[in-house]
Design a protein around this ligand. Structure first.
Ligand code: GTQ
Length: 348
């Protein structure tokens, strides 16, 4: 008798159980009994790291651990819904790094793409492939795939920045490599701001081929970003969910600065009551200026300067503000667009 004729019967349940057990011994499972939900989103939950809480812990780390010991003195931000992952979202890594005057974070390179967003302090630099770039608050600094990089500090106060890497993506593919540089630091072989001179003024070398997958720029300075943002705030239009939101562009292609990571900055007016919005790219956000809050269905977070929070994929959020705000953010949208997965949805 066929399974169909006996469906629901005791005998068929027993037969099916035996069948399932036998299948398991062959490392196979029936798709029709799958429990995994086919739908957007994952286990990551909305979470916030307030600067007022994290800053003292970074200062304490600076007392407890040297950069010789730590290589990078970083507090990794781990999503409470992804315990043990060391990732802020399933596809993005974030950490807070502190460097003291005179310290060196020695040179290395990795197959993952990295970037920094400077939160506090002046006088730190990042050397990337022989070019040394000074980093100031609000600057966004690139360390693309497989570039040698070391950090140093010639100023007088601690410098703190937010690190972002696409480690989870490389790990997912099993393509994570890293290497130490033979010396502590790499030699400076390029002029100060050489990348900006070559690629940063709406001009490119005539035969420039964008062979690299990342932006040829090392730094997107806040001063310029802020000017553009505030001019556009006056010009409008203002998006009902996102205010004035811009993406950082690779000047050679118009695309995202990295093959995996998209990077954004946005301005929200004072007393903004934003509409709901969700997208498939989990996004990490950081308040650069102002005060506001972000509301999800089941929780909301007040944010101020230096606070970092995450918006997991396909979970709706909306902004409200008390003061006008600047919010920096990054996500895996570049990768999702390249692969055809990315979607967004705005609702009233
Ligand atoms: O500064 O090169 O947070 O390699 C994690 C890995 C920072 C860095 C991190 C890294 C770095």
């Amino acid at each position: 008798m066929s399974a169909r004729q006996k469906s629901g019967g005791v005998e068929s349940d027993a037969e099916r159980a035996a069948y399932r057990k036998d299948l398991l011994s062959h490392n196979a499972k029936p798709l029709w009994e799958r429990t995994m939900v086919m739908g957007p989103g994952n286990d990551a939950v909305p979470a916030i790291w307030h600067y007022r809480d994290m800053r003292p812990h970074l200062m304490r780390a600076a007392e407890l651990v040297t950069t010789e010991e730590a290589e990078r003195r970083v507090l990794m931000l781990e999503n409470p819904g992804l315990p043990g992952s060391t990732y802020i979202l399933a596809s993005v890594y974030s950490g807070l790094q502190i460097i003291l005057p005179g310290e060196i974070a020695r040179a290395h390179r990795h197959s993952t793409n990295a970037m920094r967003f400077i939160l506090e302090g002046r006088g730190a630099y990042s050397s990337v492939e022989g070019e040394r770039v000074m980093m100031n608050p609000g600057d966004f600094v690139l360390t693309p795939h497989w570039t040698w990089h070391d950090h140093g500090h010639v100023g007088s106060d601690p410098v703190i920045w937010l690190d972002a890497l696409d480690n989870p993506v490389a790990k997912f593919f099993g393509a994570m490599f890293r290497e130490n540089y033979p010396g502590e630091t790499q030699p400076v072989t390029r002029a100060p701001n050489e990348a900006e001179t070559r690629y940063g003024n709406h001009l490119l070398p005539v035969d420039y081929k964008s062979g690299a997958r990342s932006s040829p720029l090392m730094l997107y300075p806040y001063e310029r970003t802020r000017q553009t943002l505030f001019k556009l705030a006056r010009l409008g239009p203002i998006d009902p969910a996102q205010g004035v939101k811009l993406r950082y562009a690779n000047p050679a292609t118009g695309g995202h600065p990295f093959p995996t990571l998209a990077v954004f900055v946005q301005w929200l007016p004072a007393a903004f009551a934003g509409r709901n919005y969700r997208a498939t790219d989990g996004t990490v956000m950081c308040c650069v200026e102002g005060r506001g809050s972000i509301a999800f269905a089941d929780r909301s977070f007040a944010f101020e300067k230096g606070d970092v929070w995450c918006c997991p994929p396909w979970i709706s959020y909306r902004f409200t503000t008390t003061e006008e705000c600047v919010v920096f953010s990054y996500s895996d949208r570049a990768a999702q667009e390249a692969l055809g997965f990315w979607r967004e949805e705005g609702t009233a």
